[in-house]
Design a protein around this ligand. Structure first.
Ligand code: 8GT
Length: 312
């Protein structure tokens, strides 16, 4: 069978302040008509992805994007073509989206999609959209357990929804007790997703929400651990590729800036960070010396969000 042509497509996730996003129903006459998708379409010859995005949003919905940041790139083979979908997050636009092609519109949330069927390529995208933009990481080794639990409680109160327990030097008994305490805090009040760094057996025993793989585990494991959420630490192209092959849900990529936890390690800087993310299909948290105020610059360079040990 001859190779199918590669079709370059730009896709807009229009996101409102309450995190809902817009899906539209493919009109009759197109392949997969009746399926729900994000607004977007093929990139025309001579257009940049951002120009195509603006044209498609105007043609389909009559709006002009003000703010669009690159997000994921996903390659998917349909019977008629292989598509390279370049997803952008659009968080600000002029005009009110209105159907210009008689298509139905629906504002949805990732944990409660009420329309179906979705275009098959978009199903993993909804899981990625469930991830918050800040990924907090514990550092009890630095602050002590009591201070760490206090700052975790404060972080939960201020809206943190994803936390990694990363206490590599804590003795096993103390670690289990610390993890149980954090899980209880997370579940009692706040519905926070808690991942445990490295220790798959303990994560399964205490029924944590998932595991965050170290880069060493990433390179040695042959299958994704059976947990609900699986993140992984990456520092280079090889580890990013491995995370993709293993089918983890998201990665951290570090260090963007020099950090206290890895003194002397060479940092990536934003240019190298964005080059590594070009065409990457998984959500990536930028990590290393970042503050909440770095979220915008991280997203401009293709990050899903930022991960932080300090500053939460
Ligand atoms: N717009 C859009 N296309 C998607 C999504 N997911 C996905 O797999 N695709 C695929 O990407 C391709 C986009 O083609 P399209 O038909 O929407 O493009 P277009 O607006 O330029 O249409 P045209 O062929 O009428 O000019 C299709 O193969 C479609 O199945 C999505 O969320 N949004």
């Amino acid at each position: 069978m001859p190779d199918l042509p590669l079709v370059e497509v730009v896709v807009a996730i229009l996101i409102r302040p309450d995190s809902s996003f817009l899906l539209t129903c493919r009109p009759t006459g197109k392949p997969y008509s009746g399926y729900w998708e994000f607004p977007g379409g093929k990139i025309e010859t001579g257009e940049s992805p951002v120009q195509a995005l603006a044209r498609e949003l105007n043609e389909e919905l009559g709006i002009t994007p003000d703010q669009a940041t690159p997000w994921l790139t996903r390659l998917f083979s349909y019977p008629h073509a292989t598509v390279q979908l370049r997803f952008y997050r659009v968080t600000s636009w002029q005009g009110e989206p209105a159907p210009r092609e008689q298509q139905q519109l629906a504002w949805q949330t990732a944990d409660n999609v009420t329309v179906s069927p979705l275009l098959p390529a978009n199903i993993p995208i909804l899981r990625s959209l469930m991830l918050p933009s800040i990924y907090a990481i514990t550092c009890a080794a630095e602050t002590g357990v009591e201070a760490s639990l206090l700052s975790i409680r404060q972080a939960f109160q201020s809206g943190i929804k994803l936390l990694q327990i990363r206490e590599k030097a804590m003795p096993p008994d103390q670690l289990e007790c610390y993890v149980q305490t954090v899980l209880q805090l997370a579940r009692n009040n706040h519905q926070v997703t808690v991942l445990l760094n490295g220790n798959i057996a303990l994560a399964q025993t205490v029924q944590a929400d998932g595991i965050h793989l170290t880069s060493t585990q990433l390179l040695s494991l042959t299958a994704r651990p059976t947990v609900n959420w699986c993140g992984a630490s990456c520092h280079n192209a090889e580890e990013l590729k491995r995370a993709e092959q293993l089918g983890v849900d998201f990665v951290t990529l570090s260090p963007v800036y020099p950090t206290l936890s890895h003194p002397g390690a060479p940092s990536l800087g934003w240019d190298k960070f964005s080059v590594l993310l070009r065409d990457y299909p998984l959500p990536v948290y930028a990590l290393g010396g970042l503050q909440p105020t770095d979220l915008a610059i991280a997203q401009e360079h293709g990050a899903h969000g930022i991960a932080m040990m300090r500053g939460i």
